[in-house]
Design a protein around this ligand. Structure first.
Ligand SMILES: Cc1cc2nc3c(=O)[nH]c(=O)nc-3n(C[C@H](O)[C@H](O)[C@H](O)COP(=O)(O)OP(=O)(O)OC[C@H]3O[C@@H](n4cnc5c(N)ncnc54)[C@H](O)[C@@H]3O)c2cc1C
Length: 397
């Protein structure tokens, strides 16, 4: 008898190869699992693939802003997200040297990615999605009216075909190295992300506040998530990280520079890292493949919007996916449609976030703007409201 591919569901390699998939989704982060869930709700046959075993940790500030929560509401997922034991966010406390800025920031939720992503994957499975964890997916060629994806695990490889593919692989590439279909531009000076989750007593870093410290080599955000655990995520200069020798010493240096307390278990934490953060991949659609979430582009996370971008793109790509699945031939117009919509939806928000990130790199500008925000609190509120604002979505026919 053929061996099941996953302990979660008893399907085999032949089961997967025999099916003609409407949608193959590569990556089960927030963007991929929500896209898979929606496609399944629309009656499509969906295979969701992730290289990691779930639940899995992921470097992230863990804060869902109002925009992200609004997308969950529109998708009927509010109860699910609210039931994960996350904490309500009320304010933001920004520390630079001896300066501190407090800004009210109501409405958000902090929940670890370990818990959130696992819950979204389970929701997708219960909507009919087939989920394949611990399998590395690589994008293959267009074959007739389908796109091929190869799935690898422990030396074995199988090919599957889908009417279209959603690439939601985060910062990682899924294309064969020789592919000319996409170009990823990584900003040379871009920072990298590091993060960990600590079981740290609640006498420091009170629940309900996003604590952020900025120093010469980067910035670090700390927030209490479910069960009182302390989530730490940071964007660091690569040279600074190298000089400091480890993520733990780098974060300690930033916290000390910003006169913040250093969690006792910081040095013993298990750290994860990311590739360079600021990047764009273009085009965002080509030959039955659609890019969403970080796979299409990302910038440094200061404004904490990445999950909202991932969710928005997962939601708004669906009409284009439906068109691609319905058509026997691939129309470049469908790809162009997604390209234009992506620009309207995300590009200007990322530009704004990138400007913030550059600002943070100049200690003088940073200190001046913190001073302005302290004496004129309306300035900080204006920025926060701007970042939380929902975009004007293009209605689809
Ligand atoms: C330091 C830091 C702090 C942040 N803070 C916040 C915050 O507070 N709020 C916020 O909204 N956003 C934040 N973000 C951004 C947020 O983490 C990302 O924007 C978000 O995770 C993007 O979701 P995604 O689904 O596109 O990708 P991901 O969540 O990265 O998921 C991609 C998935 O694809 C899988 N994968 C990759 N390659 C393959 C392959 N070849 N085959 C199979 N599977 C594959 C990976 O295992 C992963 O599970 C932060 C990011 C960083 C680095």
């Amino acid at each position: 008898m053929e061996k099941a591919l996953t302990p979660l569901e008893p399907f085999t390699a032949s089961d997967i190869q025999q099916k003609l998939w409407d949608v193959l989704v590569i990556g089960a982060g927030v963007a991929g699992s929500v896209a898979a869930l929606q496609a399944a709700r629309l009656g499509m046959q969906v295979l969701l693939i992730d290289k990691r075993r779930f639940p899995r940790r992921k470097v992230c500030g863990a804060c869902l802003n109002n925009l992200a929560l609004d997308v969950f509401r529109q998708l009927g997922l509010t109860k699910l997200v609210q039931g994960l034991g996350g904490t309500d966010i009320n304010d933001f406390s920004f520390h630079v040297g001896r300066q501190v800025l407090h800004v009210p920031l109501p409405g958000g939720i902090a929940v670890s990615r370990e818990t959130l992503d696992d819950a979204l994957v389970k929701e997708a499975i219960s909507a009919g999605v087939w989920f394949l964890p611990e399998k590395l997916a690589k994008l293959g060629p267009l074959v007739g009216d389908c796109r091929e994806v190869t799935i690898q695990q422990e030396g074995t490889e199988i090919s599957v075909r889908g009417r279209c593919v959603i690439v939601a692989s985060g910062l990682e590439s899924v294309g064969p190295a020789e592919s000319n279909e996409w170009k990823t531009e990584v900003v040379a000076s871009s920072r990298v992300g590091v993060g960990c989750l600590l079981n740290e007593p609640e006498d420091q870093f009170a629940t309900g506040t996003i604590w952020m410290g900025a120093g010469a080599g980067g910035y670090a955000g700390l927030v209490r998530v479910e069960e009182g655990r302390l989530n730490i995520a940071a964007a660091l200069d690569r040279d600074f990280l190298r000089q400091q020798g480890s993520p733990a010493t780098a974060i300690r240096a930033i916290l000390e520079q910003s006169k913040m307390p250093v969690p006792a278990s910081l040095m013993a934490a298990e750290w994860q890292g990311t590739l360079q953060l600021t990047r764009t991949t273009r085009p965002v659609a080509s030959d039955r493949v659609f890019l969403i979430g970080d796979a299409a582009g990302y910038v440094e996370p200061f404004t904490g919007e990445g999950m909202a971008w991932g969710l928005l793109t997962a939601q708004q790509v669906m009409p284009w996916i439906q068109q691609a699945v319905a058509r026997a031939d691939w129309s470049p117009q469908v790809g162009k449609g997604w390209e234009q919509e992506y620009q309207t939806l995300i590009a200007h928000r990322q530009n704004l976030c990138q400007r913030f990130a550059w600002f943070l790199r100049s200690p003088t500008l940073l200190s001046m703007s913190l001073f302005v925000a302290t004496v004129w609190p309306g300035f900080a509120k204006l920025l926060v409201n701007r970042l939380n604002a929902a975009p004007n979505l293009t209605p689809h026919e």
